[in-house]
Design a protein around this ligand. Sequence first.
Ligand code: 13P
Length: 251
Amino acid sequence: MSRKYVIAGNWKMNKTPAEAVELINQLKPLVAGASCDVITAVPFVDIPAVLEAVKGSNIKVGAQNCHWEKSGAFTGEVSAEMLKSLGVEYVIIGHSERRQYFGETDVTVNKRVRAALDAGLTVILCVGEYLEQREQGVTSEICAMQTKIALQGVSAEEMSRIIIAYEPVWAIGTGKTATAQQANEVCALIRSTIASLYNQEIADNTVIQYGGSMNAANAAELLAQSDVDGGLIGGASLKPADFAAIVAAAK
Ligand code: 13P
């Protein structure tokens, strides 16, 4: 098994470029000794400034979405190649907010995953159920389905550039964290889905994060679970000390 903890901040639609640089500068010394990978996924317009600000540090930079075409008449969209050309290494795809508010479907998620891999990016693929689905007892089915469709046409080799983030929608931005056991159960289910699509070795090597109200206080318990390999952090990633505490818990 070669997996390493990955802690990623999803800044969502927050911070101007100047504010982003300030946040990175505060964060750099706090996470310099991290034993996990540290990523900040920032708004498109912040990317050049953030790439400059992280130089010489262990912070890696991601985007929060990309389109599946290389170029064309897609007003308001950004291609994976454009991100790669800037020096971006990671891209979040299929976040529940994209699915909820911007018409993202499992099929478009798959197309975006494909494009990101083709451009040489590493994908943080988000899956997760709504509260209603959890109450209906279909969490496993939903998460397995989202994982399977998103990974259509992704080769075994390319799986080394896929990170999966399990983010139960009911836990995002609500302060309602999944229990460590709930998080671990679904992360394990996603891992067994990967084993069925590929093989056990690839499943064992895939980083599976938990996301949804992860914070400085609950990170250690969540990260101690056997199948939770990191976190995708929203709100707490905007607070340097809190994000750094989560990073410190990932060892
Ligand atoms: P919160 O940590 O704010 O709940 O957000 C989680 C998330 O959506 C990360 O992608």
